[in-house]
Unconditional design. Sequence first.
Length: 63
Amino acid sequence: MPVVSFVVPLIVVGVLLWLVNPHIPEDRKILKSLNVVVVIGVVPWLLQVFGIMGPMGSIRIGA
């Protein structure tokens, strides 16, 4: 997999968070939880990109 295919989305997500955080007039706790949600979403994607974790479709939650 080319390096560009996972570096560009990381840069885009980082720049979006960098632009959104100072301009949203919300409590710092809400902004921090938004950042945590984004990181929780990016980490599994990175694990898939590097081949550490299998496809997300094979993960089942519940019965």
